[in-house]
Design a binder for this molecule. Structure first.
Ligand SMILES: Cc1cc2nc3c(=O)[nH]c(=O)nc-3n(C[C@H](O)[C@H](O)[C@H](O)COP(=O)(O)OP(=O)(O)OC[C@H]3O[C@@H](n4cnc5c(N)ncnc54)[C@H](O)[C@@H]3O)c2cc1C
Length: 455
């Protein structure tokens, strides 16, 4: 077996960049023999590399590229059960399922991720307040474990391993095949409404009072607005559109979505382009452009607005960006958000991309991110030391309010803060020790936050 190909790799944030040894197994036999020969101290799976930081990196060690793609998809059109390989992307599933009257019940803000990556991060979407994470749709998966066995995992079978793998960031084994319950849909459209909210209190009150009436809810928040405008937002909520909601010209083909040309950011833009002044101007214009409005949109425009521009992450320049996503429990959300926003606003470092979401109850997965409350996610262009000390400050605020940072977006959380934020680590470590006692699966993220290392 050839050694891995030494390559500089990064996540979507382009920070950090690490030299990793890449393996591209052609099939299950090759994958098994790469792991059995163990030319590397350990290995981590990589899907589409859309986690922001180092979850799918393994500096100077093995990285296994997505196993399988969308070629082997099977949809039982009566039950809506989809079977496919873990390397299949959400985009491939949608291309196949939407014209057949099915959609993903739960989807993150990009469809350019693999199912394996979605399970490993236990991803959530704009409907977490109603439907929870992707676990809700997941019927089961097969997992190649460190001893070379393939185990079927579901709520009923190997259930501990099932829940540890959801949110387990690739550390329990390689997910091979997946069974997913798709959602029947009468159209490929949503009816959405935008509401302008003048400040944080306004948006939180509207979310508390109104989110339950919508399947999907998210707010864009202006993280640079100060004083009385602190937290001003555009609340964007939607429900699936019924046939009669569509314009007459679309009713004969309700599952057809026009294909679009995807413009691309061809090069890394100069880092100075995104500065507090340009971002403040962008945010003011974005807020002004969004009036209270109702419209019918196809699912691509509502769920995947960012995917419409190829390589949009290059706008942050070569030094990349860090995303900071936290969730705060309901009882402390308002005061925690004020404290976070006040610190962020003072520095003027945040970017145009900042979202607020209501989250529903946590699920049984020990490392799953969402807890019942409110989540705030925002991108910061990587400006170096000042940013890192701000983020440490934000960690302290998050912790003081009972919240936690999302590992799929993280690239710098400390071991100490990770332990304080995720109280069920030992449950995860116990499962990991049972199925991978010699630590065949590890990653840069795992070593940085001290997760299941030396177990
Ligand atoms: C623009 C954008 C928007 C996003 N919006 C959301 C959102 O709304 N909600 C949300 O929850 N997340 C969101 N994310 C995060 C993203 O959904 C997750 O990071 C997801 O894990 C990325 O999947 P991937 O295929 O790119 O995986 P990678 O980034 O390649 O890997 C992520 C993790 O999955 C593991 N993994 C990948 N494949 C396998 C496998 N076959 N077996 C075992 N482990 C595997 C890796 O080891 C790693 O730990 C967003 C990311 C971007 C870039």
């Amino acid at each position: 077996m050839a050694p891995g190909e030494a390559t500089d790799l990064a996540g979507w944030g382009n920070f950090p960049v690490e030299n990793c040894n890449i393996y591209r197994p052609e099939g299950l036999d090759e994958l098994r023999s790469i792991l059995a020969q163990r030319r590397e101290p350990d290995f981590i799976s990589r899907g589409q590399g859309r986690s922001y930081g180092d979850a799918a990196l393994n500096a100077q060690r093995g990285v296994i590229l997505a196993y399988g793609s969308g070629e082997r998809m099977h949809l039982d059109s009566a039950s809506g059960t989809l079977e496919c390989l873990a390397g299949t992307t959400l985009a491939e599933i949608l291309d196949y399922a939407v014209p057949r009257g099915y959609s993903l019940g739960i989807t993150p803000g990009t469809k350019r991720i693999s199912l394996g990556g979605a399970i490993a991060a236990d991803v959530h979407g704009k409907n977490h307040h109603k439907e929870g994470t992707i676990s809700h749709q997941l019927l089961g998966f097969s997992l190649l474990t460190a001893d070379g066995n393939i185990l079927d995992c579901s709520r009923e079978e190997n259930s501990e391993l099932f829940w540890a793998t959801l949110g387990g960031m690739g550390l329990t084994g390689v997910i091979l095949g997946v069974r997913l319950a798709l959602q029947a849909s009468s159209t490929a459209y949503v009816t959405s409404s935008n509401e302008r909210c003048r400040d944080l209190d306004d948006v939180l009150t509207r979310m508390e009072e109104g989110d339950r009436q919508y399947d999907y809810a998210v707010a864009w928040i202006d993280c640079l607005a100060k004083g009385r405008a602190l937290g001003r937002s555009i609340l964007m909520r939607a429900n699936p559109a019924a046939l009669e909601d569509l314009p007459p010209s679309r009713r004969s083909l309700p599952h057809h979505v026009p294909s679009r040309v995807r413009p691309s950011v061809p090069l890394f833009l100069p880092g100075w382009l995104l500065n507090p002044w340009s971002m403040r101007a962008f945010n003011a214009a974005f807020y002004a452009a969004h009036r209270n409005q109702r419209q019918t949109l196809d699912f691509d425009r509502y769920f995947y607005a960012l995917d419409r521009i190829e390589h949009w992450n290059r706008v942050y320049g070569r030094r990349g960006a860090l995303q900071y996503q936290v969730v705060l429990p309901q009882s402390r959300a308002r005061e925690g958000l004020v404290a976070l926003l006040e610190r962020i606003v003072d520095t003027g470092l945040a970017s145009f991309l900042a979202v607020l979401k209501t989250t529903g109850p946590a699920n049984p997965a020990p490392l799953s991110f969402p807890i019942e409350g409110v989540s705030l996610a925002l991108d910061f262009p990587n400006t170096g030391t000042g940013l890192f000390s701000l983020l440490e400050d934000l960690d302290a605020v998050t912790l003081a309010h009972g919240g936690r940072v999302y590992l799929a977006k993280d690239s710098r959380l400390s071991q100490e803060n990770f332990r304080a934020m995720y109280p069920r680590i030992e449950e995860f470590n116990a499962v990991k020790a049972r199925y991978d006692p010699e630590g065949l699966f590890s990653s840069s993220l795992a070593r940085r936050i001290g997760l299941a290392v030396n177990s």
